[in-house]
Design a protein around this ligand. Structure first.
Ligand code: ADP
Ligand code: 5GP
Length: 207
């Protein structure tokens, strides 16, 4: 029986640890495919085109929008970010669980288009820790950090629109919890209609 993969969205405040959690999840478990987004943001030191993001000009990005090549896109603190459609659809069709690490507006767009999507919101244990992680990462200047903290306060208003809220305190535990959440999703009755129909059919023949 062919089970289609689960589409999982992981969002969370900038600095919550999404990138770190994703990296460990993919290293530890072989089950997942991570979608690589397109963005107009400039690469950070160490980032490579096609690995962390597909880095695009504004014109290139807007062409992708026009050609309907993105599942969703959003403007985040002055830059476009979006999910290329092709890869996600192909992997889901092959039965792989696909993870989108995207921000809130994109997450809500995806949930509206594909209601069976699992939405997970990642948060540090407290706001002070968020600030410390953003500062500790050292990749943004002070103004950008302040803009991202302001954005976090706005995003917090939508945390309860997600299916799960997951705390990233102990990294390893957070990764294992996320794996558990996604795996248990496979057993939901609504995702196993074929199995249910098969059992019903077989039981009829035994009557
Ligand atoms: P995001 O992708 O959500 O913006 P990052 O993965 O870049 O966040 O993490 C932000 C910073 O917090 C990084 O310096 C990272 O090493 C650190 N970090 C991530 N997870 C934890 C954790 N569980 N405990 C302590 N520091 C963490
Ligand atoms: P960063 O610039 O720190 O890499 O990412 C900024 C924000 O953009 C993060 O919250 C990240 O999850 C989000 N993001 C990354 N890719 C996408 C995408 O394809 N679509 C949307 N909507 N958000 C994205």
């Amino acid at each position: 029986m062919k089970v289609k993969g689960i589409l999982v969205v992981v969002s969370g405040f900038s600095g919550a640890g999404k990138g770190t959690v994703m990296k460990m999840l993919l290293e530890k478990y072989n089950n997942y495919r991570l979608s690589i987004s397109a963005t107009t943001r400039k690469p950070r030191e160490g980032e490579e085109n096609g690995r962390e993001y597909f880095f695009k000009t504004k014109e290139e990005f807007e062409k992708m929008i026009e050609e309907n090549r993105l599942i969703e896109y959003a403007d985040y603190v002055g830059n476009y970010y979006g999910t290329p459609r092709d890869y996600v659809e192909k992997q889901l069709e092959c039965g792989k669980d696909v993870i989108l690490e995207i921000e809130l507006q994109g997450a809500l767009q995806v949930k509206e288009k594909f209601p069976e999507t699992l939405l997970v919101f990642l948060t540090p244990p407290c706001a002070q820790e968020l600030k410390a992680r953003l500062e500790g990462r050292g990749t943004e200047d002070n103004n950008t950090i302040m803009a991202r903290l302001k954005r976090a306060a706005e995003e917090a208003a939508y945390m309860d629109r997600y299916d799960c809220v997951l705390i990233n305190d102990n990294l390893e535990k957070c990764v294992d919890d996320l794996h558990g959440i996604i795996q248990s999703e496979h057993w939901k009755a609504g995702r196993n209609k074929e199995l249910i129909d098969k059992m019903r059919g077989e039981l009829e023949t035994l009557k």
